[in-house]
Design a protein around this ligand. Structure first.
Ligand code: 6MZ
Length: 360
């Protein structure tokens, strides 16, 4: 496990509000409990419960959103989540979040995202490269400091999520916001939310527009059985998909021939019972077929996991050694949505690590 923590890693499927530390959530809940807005002991029980069905997970998100949706809190959780990923040597993070509007506290989707950016700016324990124009500032992963110490560096790019509860207009608003915020490191759009809610046709116009405008797209696909929607999503040819749990043979064949990369979230799939057990997880099939895949946390807070933990689970469940795990992490560089310059820098981080480990 120490070795997997030390290894450079790329995280491409992490939801901001799903990645909050339990201790931070409990702190927020205590404050709202004292104000009488919620009943603290009920909420504490829900936060600390470890096994949840997919339905319960979405109930928990509604609760988390009550606890977190004000600007100051959004800034704080962004800072903490990025710090946590950097602490386990994630060198490139694509963090996704759903821009939220809350008129009662003067929050617009835009001001929500400003609070996220403020969180990235406020990090001082590691160097955070979150906007394209910052590229030239330091090209090496560990920046030398004048006193001889080195500082970690993490690249962070953002994906704006469309929640499946939203209308076409609301989805379009999110896409327009993403376009406006490209200079602040927004590289794409994600479609997520409760998979039994909403219709593909509602989101299609906004996703099509996003892609025409040059944004990358990733879709939560096949989290529940829905053959028609899975087929339509694969036909759309997104840049990546997340999960791919309920794929029948026909869709698996289509996925493999289209070579659409898959974001694999092992713990999330097992905890929500989307996959019966780890030994029947489609990771093995896709890995053996040399299909592009990337291990991800999904919701490190909600599922009490970490990216190193996901690598450790894959290593033991599928009997993969250090060299295979390193290669798996290294290959994910090709799947990131940031521009070629960032991609090249991340490639170099892995090359340098490979030289040290004699894996070239
Ligand atoms: C689908 C998920 C998800 O956006 O408020 N989300 N959507 N499947 C999942 N698998 C379990 N996990 C998280 O982060 C929380 C939101 O991300 C989506 C849901 O829409 C959830 O409300 P943000 O930062």
């Amino acid at each position: 496990m120490d070795w997997l923590v030390a290894m450079p890693k790329v995280e491409l499927h992490a939801h901001l509000n799903g990645s909050i530390r339990d201790s931070t959530l409990l702190e927020f809940a205590r404050v709202l409990g004292e104000k009488g807005t919620i009943n603290f002991s009920d909420v504490e029980h829900v936060i600390l419960k470890s096994d949840r069905s997919l339905r319960e997970v979405f109930k928990l998100f509604d609760l988390i959103h009550i606890l977190t949706t004000d600007h100051k809190t959004v800034t704080r959780i962004t800072k903490e989540v990025v710090e946590d990923f950097a602490a386990e040597n994630v060198v490139y993070l694509e963090l996704r979040t759903t821009p939220k509007r809350n008129d009662s506290i003067g929050m617009s989707k835009h001001s929500y995202m400003d609070a996220v950016i403020e969180g990235l700016r406020s990090i001082n324990t590691v160097d955070v490269d979150f906007a394209p124009h910052k590229l030239c500032e330091g090209s090496s992963h560990m920046n030398d400091m004048s006193n001889g110490t080195v500082r970690k560096k993490i690249y962070v790019r953002l994906l704006l999520s469309i929640d499946r509860r939203e209308t076409t207009e609301a989805a379009m608003e999110t896409v327009k916001l993403a376009l406006e915020m490209r200079d602040l490191g927004v590289v794409g759009i994600d479609l997520s939310g409760n998979p039994i809610v909403g219709e593909w046709s509602t989101f299609f116009p906004a996703l099509k527009f996003a892609r025409e405008q040059g944004l990358s797209i990733t879709l939560h696909c096949g989290e529940v059985p829905n053959k028609k929607e899975i087929q339509a999503m694969l036909d759309f040819l997104p840049g990546r998909i997340g999960h791919a749990c309920f794929f029948e043979e026909e869709e698996m064949g289509k996925l493999k021939s289209s070579k659409i990369p898959v974001e694999i979230c092992l713990t999330s799939n097992i905890r929500t019972a989307s996959i019966a057990s780890i030994d029947v997880h489609h990771f093995a099939d896709l890995y053996n077929a040399k299909h592009p895949i990337v291990l991800c946390t999904d919701d490190a807070g909600v599922f009490s996991t970490s990216l190193s933990g996901e690598y450790s689970l894959a290593s033991s469940a599928f009997d993969l050694g250090k060299k295979e795990m390193f290669q798996l992490a290294r290959n994910t560089t090709e799947l990131i949505f940031a521009d070629d310059e960032v991609k090249q820098e991340v490639r170099e981080i892995f090359e340098s690590a490979a030289r040290k480990l004699d894996y070239n």
